[in-house]
Structures are given as structure tokens and as C-alpha cells.
Ligand binder design. Structure first.
Ligand code: AMP
Length: 438
């Protein structure tokens, strides 16, 4: 099958072939014709499957075929919501690339950077907006964006948006867009919450699914290396050095742990950078650019910061620590083996993490092969200890916002005692908001 046979106009085909793509990926083959028909879509696609082009190409085609003559400022007609700044930037780059021969305008807004330049671009008028929910609502509040003429709404990585506690922000956005529109929802996993959201949001959606529900990418070789916690760093340096790996994405549970590991690798003579929610947007962008350009060999990331990282043919992903939530394992290893390339995902697992490993194996419905590296055999006398979540643990971001304790401002019964609780709650909320790209 070719892109020509999917019903896209010549300008889009040209942009795609300039990018070097000749054959649509399975998600593109399924989704493009349905989106062109105007159907709502429930897309079960992991990152790495080509889903971004799968919704962007038909979206651009439809915006072109339904364009009218606009007097004055052009209305905003397509909105793409993403959970993280990195994913927003990446989707915006795809929209630019695929739309480069079309007269449509797009822009991207996310938090962590000044709002004014974004406002100026919005006020001039754009057809397509890519946004993280928090910053989008900031713009709504400042009246720099009007969502009343949206024809196409895309929720990308919807499961992650819910995990990050965005449901209330999403509901606010939904109240501002027209009822009559086309909605495309993409999610790597299908929790009950996602099903509920899609029931509320989508009209007789077409289900497009390329990987089985909650299955780890088929093109990724997975392996577990059992090792003692205290020797993980040494093993990681050994694996990188002895295999001469040039580009390795390493996952850590906590921000503090990510910083410390990147410093320690530096001391071992391995160039590394850390990327997590406490770093400024500038520092995150630089770390990612240096990693992509091969200036640093190792990028140490937390789960939230790693969302949306797209590097062609990223060969190695290492779970330095297993994630607390089994679904995150699927997201993590989705960073390698992208678009049909072979990838390798290894997990350094200590005795404390055996339960987390079991949860993951249950989710992906298979056992991950275990290989002990000689000289790094785990000491059987070491007993499991509870896992230290670190400060600002990402688990916290998963608590649905509706179940949080009432804040002092809104709770008339709050007294001095509860205020101190509220203060720590509000500090935590600020941390979450930073992570979420406000
Ligand atoms: P995504 O799942 O959208 O993050 O895309 C994963 C990667 O596949 C990106 O690097 C895309 O540029 C690439 N890609 C998208 N469509 C194709 C295609 N038809 N052929 C080859 N690579 C593609």
C-alpha cells in the first residue's frame, strides 16, 4: 500500500516522501481513511507506530478541504492536546513537516516558557494549535485563544493525560469546544477511565488498534539482569562500556536519583545528562538535543519527562529502576524498536523490585528472560526492603484531582491546623503543575 492510495493530496504526499517514508505504517493504513471520512477514532497505538502522522496527515487534508475564505483573523480549527511539553513540541514539528507545502498555520503552547510570545502568535491567527492542557487554559483565561470553532480535536496519549491528573483541565477544554466536531483519541493502554472518557466524548468511534492491548512492542528484545541495588550503577557502566553503546536512555524513578546517576556516570567517564520535571524547559531541551546529536551517550530520565521523546532508532533502553506502575514499563520500552527497528530493553532488577517485575509480566502476559551477568550475581542473603519513592514521587501525580483534600481557600471549615496541611498540599500541587507543563 502507498500513501497515494490513501486519498491524501499531492502536497502531503510530497512532504511525506521528502521525509523518506514510502509505505504507510499499519496504524496509518487503518486510521487515515477513517479520519478522512470524518469518523471519530479510538486509537490504540503505542508511540513508535507512526501514530502522529496517522492523525496529522488526514487532519491537514480535512482542514484544507473544508477551508473557507476568512475575513480578518483565521479561526482556530484543530486542537491537539498532549500530556507533556516534549510531546507537544514533537507533534508540532510533525505538523510543520507534513504541512510544509500547505498554506495552513500552526503553533504550539506549553508551560515553563514565557506566555507572551505564544500569545502574539495566537493573536495573529493559526489553524492548528498543539498544547498541553494547563497552558492552554492559561491562554483561554487571557483570551488569546478561542476554541469555539474547533472542527477537529485530538487527544494524544490520553492515558498519560489522565495519569497526570489532567481530567479536570480536559473537561474544561471540552466545555469550550463545539459539540459538533471530529474527535480522535489515542492511548497506549485502555484503562476503565479511558473507556469512560471515550464513551462520553466519542460518537460511534472506529476502533483502530495496532498492538494488542497492553502488549509490549514486538520489535523490542526484553531482558532482566538480576543485580543487587548497591551494584546497579557499576553494572550499568559495565554494560555501556563493554558493549560500547553510544546512545542509551536510562529510566529512574525519582528526579533526585536521575541527577545522582547522571553525575556518577560522568565520574565513570560516561557522558550523561538528566531530564526531569524540576529542570527548566531550556535545560530539558538542551539535554535532549545533546543526546540526539550524540554529544552525551546517556540520557537519564524520569517517566514523565521521557514522554514524547522520539529519537529515530534509539537502540537501548535501560530500566535502572522498575516503574511503580506496570503500564509505564510499556511506555518506557516503547522508546526503542520504533517504527519497525529492532531495539533492546533491559531492566536491572534488585530483590526489592520482584513484586513490580511480577506486575509487569502479568500486564504484558509473558515472562521476561532473566540473565545474570557474571561478577554481578545477586547476594542471596540480602532481604527485600520497601522501595524509597523519593521526594516529589511521581506516583502522587496519579491521584485523581477530585479526591484531593479540599483546599483552605475553598473549604469554609478549614482551621489553622488544616491550613498547614493545605499548604503542603498546595506545594505539592505546584510541583505537579510544573511537571505537567503549566
Ligand atoms: P510516532 O509513533 O508518531 O511517535 O512515530 C514514530 C517514528 O516513526 C517517528 O520517528 C516517525 O517520524 C516515524 N514514521 C512515521 N511514519 C512513518 C512511515 N510511514 N515510515 C517510516 N517511519 C515513519
Amino acid at each position: 500500500m502507498s500513501f497515494e492510495s490513501l486519498g491524501l493530496r499531492a502536497e502531503l504526499i510530497r512532504a511525506v516522501s521528502e521525509k523518506g517514508y514510502n509505505t504507510p505504517t499499519p496504524i496509518q493504513q487503518q486510521a487515515i481513511p477513517l479520519i478522512l471520512e470524518g469518523r471519530d477514532i479510538m486509537g490504540g497505538a503505542q508511540t513508535g507506530t507512526g501514530k502522529t502522522a496517522g492523525f496529522t496527515l488526514p487532519m491537514l487534508e480535512r482542514l484544507m478541504s473544508t477551508a473557507k475564505e476568512y475575513k480578518g483573523r483565521r479561526p482556530l480549527r484543530a486542537l491537539i492536546l498532549t500530556p507533556t511539553r516534549e510531546l507537544a513540541a514533537q507533534v508540532a514539528e510533525s505538523v510543520d513537516t507534513y504541512g510544509r507545502h500547505l498554506p495552513l498555520k500552526s503553533t504550539v503552547v506549553f508551560g515553563g516558557v514565557s506566555i507572551n510570545p505564544q500569545k502574539q502568535k495566537l493573536i495573529k491567527g493559526v489553524d492548528i494549535l498543539i498544547a498541553t492542557p494547563g497552558r492552554l487554559l492559561d491562554h483561554v483565561g487571557q483570551r488569546s485563544v478561542n476554541l469555539s470553532q474547533i472542527d477537529i480535536l485530538v487527544l494524544d496519549e490520553a492515558d498519560r493525560m489522565l495519569d497526570m491528573g489532567f481530567i479536570h483541565d480536559i473537561k474544561k477544554v471540552l466545555a469550550l469546544v463545539p459539540k459538533q466536531k471530529q474527535t480522535l483519541l489515542f492511548s497506549a493502554t485502555f484503562s476503565d477511565e479511558i473507556k469512560k472518557l471515550s464513551n462520553e466524548l466519542l460518537k460511534s468511534p472506529a476502533l483502530v488498534e495496532v498492538a494488542r492491548r497492553n502488549t509490549a512492542s514486538e520489535t523490542v528484545n526484553q531482558v532482566v539482569h538480576p543485580v543487587d541495588k548497591a551494584r546497579k550503577r557499576e553494572l550499568l557502566s559495565f554494560l555501556i562500556g563493554s558493549n560500547n553503546w553510544k546512545q542509551v536512555l536510562v529510566f529512574n524513578r525519582t528526579k533526585h536519583g536521575a541527577n545522582r546517576l547522571s553525575e556518577q556516570l560522568g565520574k565513570d567517564g560516561i557522558t550523561a545528562a538528566a531530564i526531569h520535571g524540576n529542570k527548566s524547559q531550556g535545560a530539558r531541551t538542551k539535554a535532549l538535543a545533546d543526546f540526539k546529536a550524540g554529544k552525551v551517550r546517556v540520557l537519564v530520565a524520569t517517566d514523565i519527562a521521557a514522554r514524547g521523546i522520539d529519537i529515530d532508532q534509539l537502540p537501548h533502553v535501560v530500566n535502572y529502576e522498575l516503574p511503580n506502575v506496570a503500564e509505564d514499563y510499556v511506555h518506557r520500552i516503547g522508546r526503542t524498536g520504533r517504527a519497525g527497528n529492532e531495539g533492546e530493553a533491559m531492566s536491572l532488577v534488585c530483590v526489592d523490585e520482584h513484586k513490580l517485575l511480577k506486575d509487569i509480566e502479568r500486564l504484558i502476559k509473558r515472562d521476561i528472560p532473566k540473565t545474570i551477568i557474571s561478577d554481578f550475581e545477586p547476594d542471596p542473603s540480602i532481604k527485600a526492603e520497601p522501595i524509597n519513592q523519593g521526594r516529589g514521587r511521581q506516583q502522587g501525580a496519579r491521584k485523581p484531582a477530585g479526591k484531593r483534600p479540599p483546599s483552605g481557600r475553598n473549604n469554609p471549615r478549614s482551621n489553622f491546623k488544616s491550613r498547614s496541611n493545605n499548604q503542603s498540599q498546595s506545594r505539592r500541587s505546584t510541583g505537579q503543575a510544573q511537571q505537567r507543563g503549566r
